[in-house]
Design a protein. Sequence first.
Length: 298
Amino acid sequence: MTDTFIPLSAHRQAHAEGVIWDDLMGLVRWTDIGASRLYTYDPTTGATTETSLPARLCCFALTDEPGVLLLALEKQLARFDTRVAGSLVVLEDIEPELPGTRANDGRCDRGGNLIFGTLNERGPEQVASFWRYSREGKLARLALPKAAITNSICFSPDGETMYFTDSPTAKIMACRYDAASGEVEHIREFVQLEKGLEPDGSTVDAEGFVWNTQWGGSRVLRYAPDGRVDMTIELPARQPSCVAFIGPTLDRLVITSASKGLDDAVVRAEPLNGAIFIGTPARGRGLPEARYGQGTQA
């Protein structure tokens, strides 16, 4: 099944990622990692604004204070008030012992702790990790396998299943997860992607179905909780990167994409690479994005 998705604007981005619906502010937020910028789209006006940051913004989370975000910059976690210039405050260093890694994908669990992973920028070696920054401000490594490129972090509606991937393996994994302690167990394969594709950002809808953007596949797949493919959204962009439900009823979908790594000839011939897409899927509604410090009760 194919649904119609159109670009938000004429703007194209090298590496858009981490899209989130900020329900308290009524805004869509995402990052262009390489550009070190935070983007904001207002669906009521159609206006898009951007904020420059001092380092690459790899992922971020909403907090229990409207307008305040928890940022995972390249090598640091930071607090940032989007309403106040110069308000960025560094909280923690990320893997200072590994200069070749940076932060990558992440989101809050249902209990309001930030779960994020890192990425090895120096090669395919699996030296990156998954991390938990607790509501109490404690950073600890999750007991998950090391990875080269962490991605697809999302949680079942009850918060007891965590989905994740090491993208080059082309497998989305799942495990039992305890938001109170950060303990994981029963790690298993959830789905295996087709050869040549990599799972990128994911989200879970109100029915517990997993929506995954497939880098190199020009598509988003909706997987049932048992791993069955339920729906496919084809896109005119080769590298979709992240997906989020937006709007008052969480029935619309925003999908980011990236043009990085594509030949100039491909970018010219396929001008929607790097676009941010919006549309209404045939079925599925989202869940409120969990907020750091507050979980899904925001």
